[in-house]
Design a protein around this ligand. Structure first.
Ligand SMILES: Nc1ncnc2c1ncn2[C@@H]1O[C@H](COP(=O)(O)OP(=O)(O)O)[C@@H](O)[C@H]1O
Ligand SMILES: [Mg+2]
Length: 399
């Protein structure tokens, strides 16, 4: 009998190298971002001559190439500084994984002093360490990706920008990135003016741009003739329709390729892209749920739990509607759950804001009842499959 591995590897596949069509892969050339990359380069260039660089804030929807562009520019900067022996250092922090001032600072100094262990040191000590590193005359770039995820972001930015006033030699430049287009308006005015010395919006890609991006990736990732052009166009169109999200486009084509392999097909056609759409949308939503702040997750968890228990509701007009909840009962359930998880319970005012946030993300829909005897009530309805959302949050909470 043939060897198991030989069999597996000999199996027909549409992929030449699947890695190129995963969202983790960053291409060397980023199409349609020349302008943004140019501007970033101009802002940072002064560092190479020992000058200070303005802080820069980049924002735009998910999948518009912010992370890829910033990493691209940072790596070019550091390469060139290395060649020229310029005193420039920089590091990239994904604040989703380092979501407090302390964690961000720890991550940064660990990158600059890889041989040291800063576990358990105070924030003040770590901050001084960073100042010391810059103070030796270095121009430092800190890319803080998804900076809106930092709980005490005002303190972080304030602390880092104050550093420049204290330094006689060397400097810090913050390059903050956010997927949340509203984020900068929530910042303390002082933080906002220092973080946003320069700012840049990344626009969503249109279908045509996404098609070019995908075609480039498909050439690397798939065997010749294994992807229909119509499949690429459809993936681009789906991704453009909602948000112009390149990550979604890439994931659609990747999952479509996997489906083709599973079915033993020689080519990826529109049909696989259509089927991949459901899978990918689910992945994106569950991923979004898991990156919500804990309290919002608990509120969503309460909504999902109640939706599963609840028989369809009769509305005043006699129609029945499924999974419609009263805002008040959701709050009561949330309070019980928060206590169970020993989380602090938030006020009802905050709860209303949280509901608005969840609605903005498209995770729930709300409607206001007409003015009645009891005043106005808000109805809440979950936007996605309750069981899947509940399971995802449970997994995250116990992880
Ligand atoms: N202009 C582009 N050309 C090629 N690939 C791109 C481009 N923009 C984004 N991508 C790819 O799309 C995915 C999402 O991009 P990313 O930079 O992570 O977006 P954001 O940080 O804005 O959410 C990544 O896999 C990235 O490589
Ligand atoms: Mg990003």
């Amino acid at each position: 009998m043939a060897n198991l591995f030989e069999q597996l590897l000999a199996r027909e596949t549409v992929f030449r190298d699947r890695n190129y069509i995963t969202p983790h892969y960053t291409p060397d050339k980023l199409l349609f971002r020349e302008q943004q990359i140019q501007k970033m380069t101009e802002i940072l260039a002064g560092l190479l001559n020992g000058k200070r660089a303005d802080n820069l804030f980049i924002y735009g929807k998910v999948g518009t190439g912010k992370t890829a562009s910033a990493r691209h520019v940072l790596s070019h900067l550091l390469d060139f500084a290395g060649q020229k022996n310029a005193q420039v250092s920089g590091t990239y922090v994904n604040c989703r994984n380092h979501n407090s001032k302390y964690r961000v600072l720890s991550k940064i100094v660990k990158d600059f002093y890889p041989e040291h262990n800063f576990m358990g040191y105070s924030a003040a000590f770590i901050y001084e360490k960073l100042l010391g590193f810059a103070g030796e005359g270095r121009g430092i770039v800190l890319v803080l990706d998804e900076v809106d995820k930092v709980k005490d972001v005002d303190e972080l930015i304030y602390g880092l920008s104050r550093a420049n006033d204290e330094l006689r030699k060397g400097s810090l430049c913050i390059l903050g990135i956010s997927n949340n287009v509203m984020f900068k308006d929530d910042l303390d005015p002082r933080t906002k003016s220092s973080l946003c010395q320069q700012e840049m919006v990344f626009p969503a890609y249109n279908a045509e741009e996404l098609k070019s991006i995908l075609s480039e990736r498909a050439k690397l990732a798939f065997n010749e003739g294994c992807v229909d052009e119509a499949a690429v166009s459809l993936a681009a169109a789906f991704a453009a329709q909602e948000s112009g999200d390149a990550r979604k486009a890439v994931m659609l084509l990747m999952r479509a390729g996997e489906l083709a392999d599973k079915k033993g097909l020689a080519r990826v056609s529109e049909e696989e892209v259509r089927r991949a759409k459901r899978l990918v949308e689910e992945e994106i939503i569950l991923n979004m749920v898991l990156t919500l702040p804990q309290q919002e997750q608990l509120v969503l968890y309460a909504i999902a739990g109640l939706t599963l228990e609840r028989p369809p509701l009769k509305t005043l007009t006699g129609e029945t509607e499924e999974g419609v909840l009263y805002s008040g009962e959701v709050y009561d359930t949330y309070v019980k759950i928060a206590k169970k998880f020993k989380e602090t319970v938030v006020s009802s005012r905050w709860y209303r804001e949280c509901i608005s946030q969840l609605e903005m993300y498209g995770l729930i829909l709300t409607t206001q009842s007409g003015k009645g005897v009891k005043g106005q009530t808000r109805f809440i309805k979950l936007g996605y499959d309750a069981k899947k959302i509940k399971e995802a949050i449970e997994k995250g909470l116990t992880a």
